[in-house]
Write a protein that binds this ligand. Sequence first.
Ligand SMILES: [Zn+2]
Length: 141
Amino acid sequence: MIDLTRDQLSEIEGYAKAAYPGECCGLLIGTTEGEDSIAITRIVPSRNLAAETRRDRFEIDPQVQFDTMRELRGGGERIVGHYHSHPDHPAHPSDTDAEMAYEPGLIWIITEVTNGAVTETAAFQALQSGGFKTLTINLGP
Ligand SMILES: [Zn+2]
């Protein structure tokens, strides 16, 4: 279960739409209560470093990651995962995503954009054994 507010969802979907036909990406900041209860507290967008070379890849700017980790140090929030968009592809982890899923427990939010319109946003969690499990998004106020 992942807690997401409607504002956060529309923020992610707004970036996904704006980046179309490219992919957007960014970090998910949140708090965890046990392994299965994660609340997103905010979204940190990044430019997509892979955008110039490939439309079906994303790479979060390491500087954004570094700055965010430094800012969060000592607080209750942490980087719990990231989001990216799938232009004209289903809101489900691709083979490339599976290859990149090196960190078990990390949350992956994927927004599908078809013909420039957002069609679906789904959440997944990378598993220790490889692959992903689907997470239920608990959409808050
Ligand atoms: Zn992907």
